[in-house]
Design a protein around this ligand. Structure first.
Ligand SMILES: NC(=O)c1ccc[n+]([C@@H]2O[C@H](COP(=O)([O-])OP(=O)(O)OC[C@H]3O[C@@H](n4cnc5c(N)ncnc54)[C@H](OP(=O)(O)O)[C@@H]3O)[C@@H](O)[C@H]2O)c1
Length: 168
């Protein structure tokens, strides 16, 4: 991929899936593997491919898109929560190895972001669960992501953007 894309300085591993399952027994093995593949294995493979070049050039930014579900369990299901929690271990491992090379590694953990594939439209019922009283917006997540990318002194962090749902 680095061959196709050239030098990659910034990786934002944002792609994710979250198919809701309300009961433990409803989570199939296929559900489990599909969520791990997209939400955890793909970010790992991207980082594995791109981080060495960042280290060589002594600059890089890696941001994994996690979820508040990694801390609280969330509403999608155990397959989703576990896949996102795995990103946190990956963040810590990578950040500690690459910090001295100008490469920062962080995870952003949103909750309940409106107008997304996972949460199309709004939901008053869900908004009531958020301390600030409303859902988040994609622009607010993008703004935080850009701030993390701009900043060379934030690394090894799990950063919540959740309207106060989970205090870190
Ligand atoms: N929305 C929320 O409230 C919320 C809360 C916490 C965390 N997140 C996280 O935020 C990230 C973005 O989610 P979103 O809410 O914006 O959902 P979304 O609108 O459904 O976006 C998900 C993105 O992932 C891509 N994707 C899914 N499976 C893929 C695959 N196998 N290969 C390549 N691309 C794939 C989709 O591409 P296509 O459109 O081509 O399918 C889409 O661009 C996810 O990691 C999600 O877990 C979202």
């Amino acid at each position: 991929m680095a061959e196709e894309a050239g030098d990659v300085d910034v990786l934002v591993a944002n792609a994710g899936v979250g198919v809701r399952r309300d009961a433990l027994e409803d989570v199939t093995r296929e559900d489990w593997h599909a969520h791990l593949a997209v939400n955890l294995t793909a970010p790992f493979l991207l980082a594995q491919r791109l981080a060495p070049g960042m280290r060589e050039r002594r600059f890089g930014r890696i941001v994994f898109m996690s979820s508040v579900a990694a801390f609280t369990g969330g509403i999608v299901g155990p397959h989703y929560a576990a896949s996102k929690a795995g990103l946190h271990g990956l963040t810590h491992w990578l950040a500690s190895r690459f910090a001295g090379s100008g490469v920062t590694v962080n995870a952003i953990a949103p909750a309940l972001i409106e107008d997304t594939g996972m949460l199309p439209g709004g939901s008053e019922e869900l908004a009531r669960r958020v301390p600030v009283g409303r859902l988040g917006t994609p622009a607010e997540v993008a703004d935080l992501t850009l701030a993390v990318i701009r900043n060379g002194y934030i690394t090894n962090q799990l950063i919540g953007i959740d309207g106060g749902m989970f205090p870190h």
